[in-house]
Ligand binder design. Structure first.
Ligand SMILES: *Cc1c(COP(=O)(O)O)cnc(C)c1O
Length: 497
């Protein structure tokens, strides 16, 4: 299997090359040349396996240039109980009849980003060896809060790599900020920017695709790569937990062979839900992919109308990891939906860059309506949902997951659909203790660590040691820069003149 660029179908690289490079030189994203199929027999067999073995199976379909031994080394290094606090790695909690919470936050940083970012350093360092890259890989990250910490934790002190993270100064939770600014490791850098996530992401993309900067780095024996979900090495690991969930539900007798399931995903950059789409195209029986947004509902409008329009108010919400107006991975979906027509993608994304708006064809609109349902919910509704599930099911969910739950309820009301449903739970409520407690009417205005303890009392859930221990760590990174100073920061951090 090879990887193409969404903006140039003539690009033909191995998965190792795609993962090492992160983004195509033309600014497009790498996509697999075909989507490999898995059978119901395969899925049944997966039911008997560990998460790492399931991962090995799925990766072997996409990373065909990696040897089995290489993939095994990667999955065993990442998906184990040293890194995750549950043997199942991705826990499937039975919420109520026919509805399951796919808890993707049992990793070291308490958000679903760990599912991919625990393994990405393995995939990437294996890739650089395979293609004989003797350059230091500089990982540039733009984060809306969770990716940054998960990437820092994954890459800290990984030989041959350096990682620099940019986050919006006023766009992350107190706990998220603490997690990043106290990061340990010799090869890490963290910087806040005066702007929002889109500014950070645009800045990083601009640095990536700037020839001059690239040449400067090369002179110094370095190259850029990405740990954002524009990197295929972020997307591929996310497909696994959807395949794994189906295998698990089948094994547990919750569904019968061939039964369809719905998948609900709280969405920002469209990476997580796109992984669900790939799982479906591989052969996992999926009915609807339900795309849930917060007040930044550009995707809701897009899926409903086929018009993508980022010219709108940006809201800072209590689900900050979804405060995004430019959802990068939509480009991959549209590339597949428009028949891999790279000229069409160049046109649409050219318009997005110049006018902030594009409209897809009627044909694409039709497929969007068949495959997806979209909805959104504001902060008030998010909080009401947290309270409702706490009272009704004694289940405490975080603010992002609550957005998904709320949109799912709206979907059931609108359609009456009784298909069994997996809801992606993307963060531990402890990461957003203040907002969760406030939803429960228990916020007493304390600092984030007291809030964590309060939430522990209210929820009865074990407090993640990785969050509790931040209290005593020193702040290492406190720099705040303007969004046009990102390049200077990068050169400074890398000691490039
Ligand atoms: C990143 C993130 C999301 C959004 O995921 P995308 O793949 O960007 O759509 C949702 N919830 C949480 C907690 C996140 O960290």
């Amino acid at each position: 299997m090879f990887y193409r660029s969404t903006r140039n179908s003539g690009v033909n690289v191995t998965s190792a090359q795609a993962i090492a490079q992160g983004i195509s030189e033309d600014g497009g994203l790498f996509v697999p040349s075909e989507i490999p199929a898995i059978s119901m027999d395969d899925i049944k067999k997966l039911g008997e396996m560990s998460y790492a073995e399931r991962a090995l199976f799925v990766f072997s379909k996409f990373l065909t240039d990696y040897t089995e031994a290489e993939i095994r080394y990667c999955v065993e290094g990442a998906y184990n109980t040293k890194n995750f606090d549950t043997e199942n790695i991705a826990e499937l909690a039975h919420l109520f009849d026919g509805t399951y919470m796919l808890e993707l936050w049992h990793g070291p940083t308490c958000a679903f980003k760990d599912m991919a970012l625990q393994i990405l350093p393995y995939l990437l360092t294996t890739a650089t060896k395979k293609i004989n890259l003797d350059k230091k890989v500089v990982i540039l990250v733009a984060t809306s809060g969770d990716t940054g910490k998960a990437a820092l934790e994954g890459f800290k002190d990984v030989p041959g790599t350096e990682i620099l993270v940019f986050y919006p100064d006023n766009g992350v939770s107190a706990m998220q900020k603490k997690q990043m600014t106290t990061q340990e490791g010799q090869n890490v850098g963290v910087c806040a920017i005066k702007g929002n996530f889109d500014d950070a992401q645009n800045g990083v993309k601009a640095i990536f695709t700037n020839k001059e900067i690239g040449e400067k780095l090369a002179e110094n024996g370095m190259m850029f790569s990405s740990a954002n979900s524009i990197n295929w090495g972020r997307l591929a690991p996310q497909i696994i937990y959807y395949v794994s969930s189906y295998a698990q539900l089948l094994k547990d007798g919750e569904i019968a062979e061939g039964d369809k399931i719905n998948i609900v995903v709280p969405t920002g950059n469209f990476g997580n839900i796109l992984a669900g789409y790939y799982a479906k195209k591989m052969g996992v029986p999926v009915n609807k992919l339900i795309c849930a947004s917060n007040a930044n509902n550009v995707l809701t409008d897009f899926i409903k109308t086929g018009v993508y329009d980022r010219n709108r108010q940006f809201y800072a919400t209590i689900s900050p990891s979804m405060d995004i107006l430019i959802s990068s991975n939509l480009e991959r979906l549209l590339y597949h939906l428009c028949g891999e027509n790279d000229a069409q993608i160049r046109e649409w994304f050219g318009k997005l860059a110049s006018e902030g708006r594009y409209e897809v064809t009627d044909e694409v609109k039709k497929i969007l309506a068949e495959e997806f349902y979209a909805g959104c919910c504001d902060d008030e509704k998010t909080k009401a949902t947290i309270k409702e599930y706490y009272d009704k099911y004694s289940y405490t969910c975080d603010t992002h997951t609550a957005v998904a739950v709320s949109v799912y309820e709206e979907y059931v009301k609108a359609t009456g659909d009784k298909t069994k449903t997996v809801i992606a739970s993307t963060a531990s409520p402890y990461k957003f203790s203040g907002s969760v407690l406030s939803a429960l009417g228990k916020d007493n205005g304390s600092d984030e660590f007291t809030l964590v303890e309060e939430l522990g009392k209210a929820s009865g859930m074990p407090i993640p040691a990785s969050l509790a221990s931040l209290k005593d760590k020193e702040i290492r990174f406190s720099e705040v820069i303007a969004k046009d100073e990102m390049k200077d920061f990068v050169f400074r951090a890398l000691n490039v003149k």
